[in-house]
Design a protein around this ligand. Structure first.
Ligand code: UDP
Length: 411
């Protein structure tokens, strides 16, 4: 695995540390449990990091020297991808893996360089997961998109060169097609959820009022946390003035400009006393926080996948989800939550009011969410689906039906 900015060992909830970190960590762990040897290569972003960390017997994280040993925003990492590829090839020595899997477009460049390293004479099958696509980001963020301009041509080029692409949701397949990529080489394997950690049974975080709505994620504008704050005055009008909104992720204010923007907005709307920004919360503390909520609001402008709704579902909590990207696959409208149109605070309030008004509906949707998370989104299942994509990449064919499961391969 190559994951240039998203280390499986990083703390979550910062600007560049979220779902990709969880995905790479959990997928690698699940593949290692299934008998494969997995190495995750990520960029050294602190001088204190050891060269190698053995996470479990078959899973190792390697910190490669590529650029300054300090945090560099992910959109500024492109110049260091060659050094990352060199470090990977050096670590392989004479024995390259059976598969190299790039995560995010930039890692795809490093993965392709390593997989097809001319000096070393390698031709390792290369699988790519994009996690997010520049075309979608540009559409929604326009001039605010900080991606390097080269992304426009390098990302599609990674897609064309990869032996296989893993899309995390059906919507992404359409986007890949629009990028000119042959969808015959695209497999779908969603993200999963840690079903040992995220359960409906267990302690719940204490709350002050009768109702709590929860928003979890990196505090970046596209996550649409401001839309949930904007829904509070509508909820008040609908008779729910006693709702507490807990926001988890990012900084708690002061230093974090996005946190400050959200606090200012709450102030302007006269709902500041209803809003708590808790900042970054460690992963182990998340399940109790989910269990304390009546509903989890996930209202991004767009969403490549979105692990938070799965975590909420696994904890038995209904989700109000913008009907975008991966959320249309994971959250079943009126089944495990309620869909709302994107960027629509009044619709968010209406959906939340429907849930707050009916404990029975909340319980029904919550139970169905828990069942769906268990049945469809275990990391073991996602790892098995990923193996199939690896087999296809290895076989260089679009027909996996005749292939036997792969045994203990080195990745
Ligand atoms: N998360 C966390 N602590 C925080 C904020 C977020 O553990 O303070 C976790 C959250 O539970 C989820 C991940 O970070 O597992 C966010 O993943 P998601 O796919 O929802 O969003 P992304 O960050 O990839 O856009």
């Amino acid at each position: 695995m190559i994951s240039e900015h998203a280390s499986p060992l990083a703390a979550l909830g910062g600007v560049d540390a979220g779902g990709q970190n969880v995905h790479v960590a959990a997928l690698s762990t699940a593949l290692a449990r299934r008998g494969h040897r997995v190495t995750v290569y990520t960029r050294r972003d602190s001088p204190d990091l050891p060269a190698k960390v053995r996470v479990q017997p078959r899973l190792e994280v390697v910190h490669v020297d590529a650029g300054p040993a300090t945090h560099v925003p992910k959109d500024e990492l492109l110049p260091f991808m060659e050094a990352l590829a060199d470090g990977v090839v050096q670590d392989w020595g004479r024995t390259p893996p059976d598969i190299v899997h790039g995560h995010f477009w930039m890692s795809g460049i490093a993965a392709l360089n390593a997989a097809r390293s001319e000096p070393a004479g390698f031709r390792v099958p290369m699988v790519q997961t994009f996690h997010a696509l520049g075309t979608v980001k540009r559409r929604h963020q326009g001039a605010d998109d900080t991606s390097p301009p080269e992304r426009r041509f390098l990302e599609p080029s990674v897609g064309r060169s990869a032996d296989r692409i893993i899309a995390t949701c059906s919507d992404e397949v359409f986007e890949l097609k629009a990028m000119g990529i042959d969808t015959g080489k695209v497999s779908i394997a969603p993200c999963g959820v840690d079903l040992d950690l995220f359960t409906s049974e267990g302690p719940a975080d204490a709350r002050s009022g009768p109702h709590r709505i929860l928003s979890v994620g990196r505090l970046v504008p596209r996550k649409g946390v401001d839309l949930v704050i904007r829904s509070l005055p509508y909820l008040k009008t609908a008779g729910f003035a006693d709702v507490e909104l807990l926001i988890v992720g990012g900084g708690a204010g002061g230093q974090d400009p996005e946190a400050q923007r959200l606090l200012d907005l709450a102030q302007d709307l006269g709902v500041a006393d209803q809003v708590e920004l808790r900042g970054q919360v460690p992963r182990d503390a998340m399940p109790a926080i989910f269990r304390s909520a009546d509903a989890v609001a996930c209202t991004p402008w767009y969403e490549p996948f979105g692990i938070v709704p799965l975590e909420a579902m696994a904890c038995g909590i209904p989700v109000v989800a913008a009907a975008v990207g991966g959320l249309t696959d994971s959250v079943v409208d009126h089944g495990t939550g309620l869909h709302v149109p994107p960027k629509d605070p009044a619709a968010i309030a209406e959906a939340l009011a429907t849930l707050l008004a009916s404990p029975a509906l909340r319980a029904k949707l919550g139970r169905a969410g828990e069942r769906r998370a268990k049945a469809r989104f275990s990391w073991n299942r996602i790892a098995a689906e990923t193996e199939k994509a690896y087999q296809l990449a290895v076989a260089g064919t679009a027909d996996a039906t005749s292939l036997e499961p792969m045994e203990g391969a080195a990745l």
